[in-house]
Design a protein. Structure first.
Length: 58
């Protein structure tokens, strides 16, 4: 038969679980996306502005 756990043990386990959860959330919040390098995306093939300065599709 299972023994009953003491109330202090249950509170200690709950407190430890809460600390682990907070630490995990803090680590996840600080882990942002990686910084982009010097590479810049090329312009779109379908631009609204033509080489002559007018508006239209290429």
């Amino acid at each position: 038969m299972l023994e009953r756990t003491r109330t202090a043990e249950r509170y200690a386990r709950g407190f430890t679980a809460a600390l682990v959860a907070v630490a995990t959330l803090l680590l996840a919040a600080n882990a942002g996306p990686a910084r982009a390098g010097e590479h810049r995306p090329e312009p779109s093939l379908h631009s609204d502005v033509t080489d002559e300065g007018g508006v239209g599709l290429r």
